[in-house]
Ligand binder design. Structure first.
Ligand SMILES: [Zn+2]
Length: 178
């Protein structure tokens, strides 16, 4: 009986671990401060940043919460992008919303000290990395190659960050980097 109770508790802990995680409070505070800076700048309500395990960050519009994948790399961009959904009051997912969230993300990155060129570059590099790791198995509303190509069209002074011969997103980018 006791063993069964312990197993049940462990299972509950594991399930809880899928959505939330125990993070270093100082690290959580660091991301929350950046979020607060952005929500103040864009004059929208504050949003709560909740660290999560795994690779998927999300904006929960009804809860006013950003679930931030703090172990998945590119955390600053992930936060900027989800803030974009919050600033634009997005609920649900669509390709148009992803494009718009990326544009706000670039503004948030600049607010945090990046030049416009570096902010666009960080965004495009992130999208290319997602394509390399996830291929066509992307989340609803997402088309990372289309998003990256749209940004390079919008900011024509920012060079294609791919290395020579890289065929990632070649179709959307009009061929391999030469
Ligand atoms: Zn998004």
């Amino acid at each position: 009986m006791a063993l069964r109770t312990i197993r049940a508790l462990l299972t509950m802990l594991l399930l809880a671990g899928c959505t939330t995680m125990v993070a270093d409070p100082a690290e959580t505070a660091k991301w929350q401060i950046l979020a607060n800076q952005a929500t103040a700048h864009f004059r929208v309500a504050p949003v709560s940043v909740q660290p999560v395990a795994g690779h998927n960050s999300a904006y929960l519009c009804r809860e006013g919460q950003i679930r931030l994948a703090i172990r998945a790399g590119y955390v600053r961009f992930r936060l900027a992008h989800e803030l974009g959904h919050h600033v634009l009051h997005h609920c649900g997912t669509s390709y148009a919303q992803e494009l718009d969230a990326n544009v706000v993300a670039i503004q948030a990155l600049q607010l945090w000290g990046l030049s416009e060129t570096d902010a666009v570059r960080e965004t495009v590099v992130f999208l290319l990395e997602v394509k390399k790791f996830q291929g066509n198995a992307q989340r609803p509303g997402h088309n990372v190659c289309g998003e990256a190509a749209a940004l390079l069209r919008r900011y024509p002074s920012v060079p294609d960050p791919r290395l020579r011969g890289d065929r990632t997103c070649a179709e959307e980018f009009g061929g391999a980097k030469s």
